[in-house]
Write a protein of this length. Structure first.
Length: 398
């Protein structure tokens, strides 16, 4: 019996100690919560956009440049304007003649780069390393776009920088002497052009031809949603004989399928803003050129035109876009930071220096756990007090 009583006493003592520990823990937690520093967060700029997603076709006044020649050097630069009668490509009588001429151009370019390097002096290693990285990135982009003129120039630039990084002035001088000797050998056997390919009209040259160059701005008026959708799903081979294409004029077009209810909000001649996804992140001003008739599914073809960014959209074809209807830009703040005074005015506290400052705001959009707000005094980057005890305007906070 005594053994049982002793056990009961021990259990009571253990239970009391456990309870006391729990009480102390919660007391410490509450005390710490009441005395911890104010929770803050930086206000960030945030844009809420109301838009319509579109799928369509980009069309220009363009034509492929076709040639039967094989031994051809393309001299026109991708995205650059070529005047009427200007040289697009140079034809040689054989591949060996072409290779000799290409090598002479490359040697001259390397000599020019190294001579400039001599005049400016050998730069420090960090600048050289950054220059090499930059040139390699540009070279990769040129290869992907098949811009052979840029590939040659950039390859020469990379070689020059590598020579500079690997040696000193004497190594540059030695490389120049070797290039001078090679140039004399190449010039001893002239590689005369067999023919020259010239631009029939002034326009922008592009190294890319995709087989859709026959779709003209004038032909867009004949498309209905069904036929335009079929065109968007069509695949065509690149023209076999095309060395690129010429793009004429300064205006390009975007034919897209829209719901008639959305299209009815616009009239011919209206100006709208669009964003063309990952290919062009800036807003473009487009003009509504034509609103087609509704089909059985309540959709129609809307044609937009644009006189901006022709070079940036030079190779676009099947494309998604975002038509901006309305957008608000404000400051995003947590809902927990937003307060209401006795008069129903909404405000937040920001930490300005060591003090709390009351800033009145207007709620523009509800994002769930955040609001997008506007306020005369509230700016992106302001330190917002999310929570804290007994905060008032001018209170010293830490």
């Amino acid at each position: 019996m005594r053994h049982i009583k002793k056990t009961d006493l021990i259990m009571k003592i253990v239970g009391a100690a456990f309870f006391l520990a729990v009480v102390v823990y919660f007391a410490f937690y509450v005390f710490s919560s009441l005395n911890e520093p104010y929770q803050t967060i930086s206000a960030v700029e945030y844009t809420v956009r109301d838009s319509i997603g579109l799928e369509g076709v980009v069309v220009r006044d363009e034509e492929p440049l076709l040639t039967y020649y094989n031994s051809l050097h393309i001299s026109a630069e991708n995205g650059k304007r070529v005047a009427r009668g200007g040289t697009v490509g140079v034809v040689y009588s054989s591949d060996s003649e072409l290779q000799r001429a290409d090598r002479l151009r490359a040697v001259n370019m390397e000599i020019e780069n190294l001579e400039e390097l001599q005049e400016s002096g050998i730069t420090e290693s960090q600048k050289l390393e950054n220059g090499i990285k930059s040139e390699i990135q540009a070279l990769r982009a040129a290869v992907q776009s098949r811009n052979l003129t840029d590939v040659t120039a950039l390859s020469s630039g990379v070689r020059t920088l590598v020579i500079s990084a690997a040696g000193d002035e004497s190594s540059v001088e030695s490389e120049l002497e070797s290039l001078y000797a090679e140039r004399r050998e190449l010039e001893a056997v002239k590689s005369e052009p067999y023919d020259v390919i010239r631009a029939m009209k002034s326009g922008l040259f592009s190294t890319t031809a995709d087989g859709f160059e026959d779709i003209t701005p004038d032909s867009l008026k004949d498309y209905e949603p069904e036929s335009l959708r079929a065109l968007m799903e069509e695949t065509r081979p690149e023209p076999e004989l095309a060395l690129g294409k010429m793009v004429y004029g300064s205006k390009w077009y975007f034919a897209a399928i829209m719901d008639e209810d959305s299209a009815n909000d616009f009239d011919k001649g209206d100006r709208v803003s669009m964003i063309f996804g990952k290919y062009y992140s800036e807003y473009l001003t487009m003009r509504v050129e034509r609103i087609g008739y509704e089909d059985d599914n309540g959709q129609c073809v809307v044609i937009f035109s644009c006189s901006e960014a022709m070079v940036d959209v030079l190779d676009m074809r099947m494309q998604s876009a975002e038509l901006i209807l309305h957008e608000d830009t404000g400051v995003r703040v947590p809902k927990k930071a937003v307060r209401v005074d006795e008069e129903g005015r909404v405000y937040v506290f920001s930490q300005t220096g060591m003090q709390a400052e009351k800033k009145y705001i207007e709620i523009m959009h509800d994002l769930g756990e955040h609001y997008v707000v506007a306020g005369e005094k509230l700016r992106p980057g302001d330190v917002i007090i999310v929570n804290g005890k007994d905060i008032y305007d001018g209170k010293v906070v830490r």
